[in-house]
Write a protein that binds this ligand. Sequence first.
Ligand SMILES: O=P(O)(O)O[C@H]1O[C@H](CO)[C@@H](O)[C@H]1O
Ligand SMILES: O=c1cc[nH]c(=O)[nH]1
Length: 295
Amino acid sequence: MSSSLGSSELILNPDGSIYHLNLLPEDISNIIITVGDQNRVHEVSKYFETIEVQKSKREFVTHTGIFKGKRISVVSTGIGTDNIDIVFNELDALANIDFETRQVKEVKSQLNFIRVGTSGSLQPDLPVDSFLLSTAGIGFDNLLHFYNCGHIKNNELESALNDYLNWSKHNIHPYAVDFDEELGSIFTSNRIRLGVTGTNSGFYGPQGRTLRIPPAIPDFNEKLASFTFNKIRITNLEMETAAMYGLAKLHGHRAVSLNAILANRATGEFSQQGHKSIDQLIQYTLDCIAKSQLV
Ligand SMILES: O=P(O)(O)O[C@H]1O[C@H](CO)[C@@H](O)[C@H]1O
Ligand SMILES: O=c1cc[nH]c(=O)[nH]1
């Protein structure tokens, strides 16, 4: 029997819901689509036949409903891996902690996380408005460094990349975590490319963008784009995937990240039809879930 969690660890609101997400255990499905933008939650749930839950707090909006017989939750994470820490810990708590006894359940539920997000390509041959499934996430942020995670990382890829970059002088030590291959196979087709996704803690300097302030590493994107290991290359940059993959694996859940490429950083292009591309990726994702064995 596990010990019961104190009130400053497992924080519940007066109505019994979890602190930030404002959700009760029965509010979520084990099929969870995560999106960065809270307005994108409705862009997904508008395709549902019925919606049973609509709750929110801060940037965390959740809709749960039925699409072609599958019960699906859509949860907005906001931007960044700091929010991923909150969303993934709280969604796991909803599934695997008994809120009455405040103890971890003996029998665990496995959640399936599917990120439907936007991203910038690092490779000239990965065009804007294409779709990309991340087979691994490389975290340039520091979230996973706060968890014991050696056993869930892709240590070979991580070591090869760190040897190549040699960025400890910049206090940057990227971590690498793979997607869940079985969950990923549901979304694999000739409509979506495979790639390795860099996740960073910002959109400007941490993705090699300069508006007014010069970056510490001027060739940041070029250096990442040129890395190869076992025929793997880093294809794109965004702000959540590596942390999602890490926290999903640490909790015993499954995760896959699907990206609509809106920017091509190598060619300097930005999508002229971003909304349409994201909508197409949403429909693609929902159709793959509907045809899958996920229940
Ligand atoms: O479109 P979303 O899902 O928010 O994803 C990407 O877009 C945001 C930055 O504009 C970051 O969250 C990044 O990961
Ligand atoms: O370049 C981009 C585009 C979308 N989201 C990102 O994080 N980066």
